[in-house]
Design a protein around this ligand. Structure first.
Ligand SMILES: Cc1cc2nc3c(=O)[nH]c(=O)nc-3n(C[C@H](O)[C@H](O)[C@H](O)COP(=O)(O)OP(=O)(O)OC[C@H]3O[C@@H](n4cnc5c(N)ncnc54)[C@H](O)[C@@H]3O)c2cc1C
Length: 325
């Protein structure tokens, strides 16, 4: 189903006209992007964005951030989905607008708790009608307040069920989330969490994007177990976040269960309130992290940009990837 245009005439998210039902050839299935890059030994570089809450945020994203990111030639963008569907329309509108304005592939995130099967079906139909060909299938986090938990026409408890549901509808390339340090709620140990990731792949996921982490050994142990012990052969792409502020990364790490090594934390503390120095160091740290990940055989990098271009630009420059045309 195609939703009516709700944005104002000046909105950056207003749909651009195209021929109905025609997807430009530059809009790809992400599994094909990975397969072609692997054949020529090239890393797949992707960038995560979130839908801004305000018109001013949209203006900054479309007038400044996206032109700067486009100059780097990313392979695709992914667009986050607010818990419980709070950004549902905005996720698809942003993914759609990027594809139409920049002819670059996008992937829309989707979570399966606090929703209904009918809503998931409508979302997929809407994505398809907009020419969005890739979905990151997630469970999502249960809401803090139980009364917000609109349960549930789906009967889905875990993301592998969403992966299976999307696969049965066919036509999409499906990504899923992986956790090099294990998912924060998994009490049975990291190998059990990684076996559950294998189940998501067995149900139809084409590739994995990981949660952020700061010690590359966590990623390599995760990759080696999945590939060596479980026989996984889909791309396992590390997610990297260029740190912007000490307070913010401490909060994020606590929320998602990522370990902030004490040496990293004390370096961040040594900058005090100098936010520019923190961001500069964060971009350098992430650049070195990405370089080592690619040297160790990672199929690409998924960058958590927080809608800022500076970290991604520093990383692409450090990796010598700025001229990828
Ligand atoms: C790259 C990336 C992007 C993300 N984007 C978003 C976003 O846009 N919006 C958002 O709300 N959240 C997002 N998240 C966060 C994600 O929704 C949460 O981490 C969530 O808690 C877990 O999602 P999942 O899809 O990994 O869940 P699942 O795969 O369902 O796993 C959740 C937990 O259940 C356990 N589990 C899985 N299968 C079973 C089983 N069969 N039996 C028992 N236990 C099981 C796992 O071990 C884990 O502890 C993202 C995470 C990543 C890594």
């Amino acid at each position: 189903m195609t939703r009516p245009m709700s944005a104002s005439p000046n909105s950056r998210l207003t749909r651009l006209p195209t021929r109905a039902g025609v997807t430009p050839t530059s809009i790809r299935l992400i599994r094909d992007i990975y397969a072609e890059a692997k054949a020529v030994d090239r890393p797949v570089m992707s960038i995560e964005l979130f839908p801004p809450k305000t018109e001013k945020g949209n203006a900054t994203l479309f007038d400044r951030t996206l032109p700067a990111l486009q100059a780097l030639g990313p392979d695709f963008y992914s667009v986050t989905y607010g818990a419980g569907g709070s950004t549902r329309d905005k996720t698809l509108e942003l993914a759609d607008a990027i594809q139409r304005r920049h002819q670059t592939t996008t992937m829309a995130h989707l979570t399966c708790i606090s929703t209904t099967l009918a809503d998931i079906g409508r979302y997929l139909d809407d994505a398809r009608s907009r020419g969005i060909r890739n979905i990151l299938a997630l469970r999502g986090d249960p809401p803090q307040a139980p009364e917000e938990h609109r349960s549930s026409g789906t009967g889905f408890e875990y993301s592998y069920q969403l992966v299976e549901f999307i696969r049965e509808r066919s036509g999409f390339s499906i990504g899923t989330a992986g956790f090099p340090e294990s998912h924060i709620a998994c009490t049975e140990g990291r190998h059990v969490d990684w076996q559950r990731l294998k189940a998501k792949i067995d149900h139809g996921a084409d590739f994995v994007l990981t949660q952020l982490f700061f010690d590359n050994d966590d990623y390599f142990a995760f990759r080696d177990y999945l590939v060596g012990e479980l026989g996984v052969d889909v791309p396992l792409t590390p997610g990297v976040l260029p740190i912007l502020s000490r307070e913010q990364i401490t909060r994020f790490a606590a929320l998602c269960g990522a370990t902030l090594p004490s040496s990293l934390l004390s370096t961040l503390e040594s900058f005090g309130d100098d936010t520019a120095a923190v961001a500069h160091f964060g971009a350098e740290f992430a650049s070195r992290q990405c370089e080592a990940l690619l040297a160790g055989g990672a199929p690409g990098i998924h960058l958590y940009s927080l809608n800022r271009p500076e970290g991604a630009t520093a990383i692409f420059e450090h990796l010598g990837l700025t001229d990828r045309s």
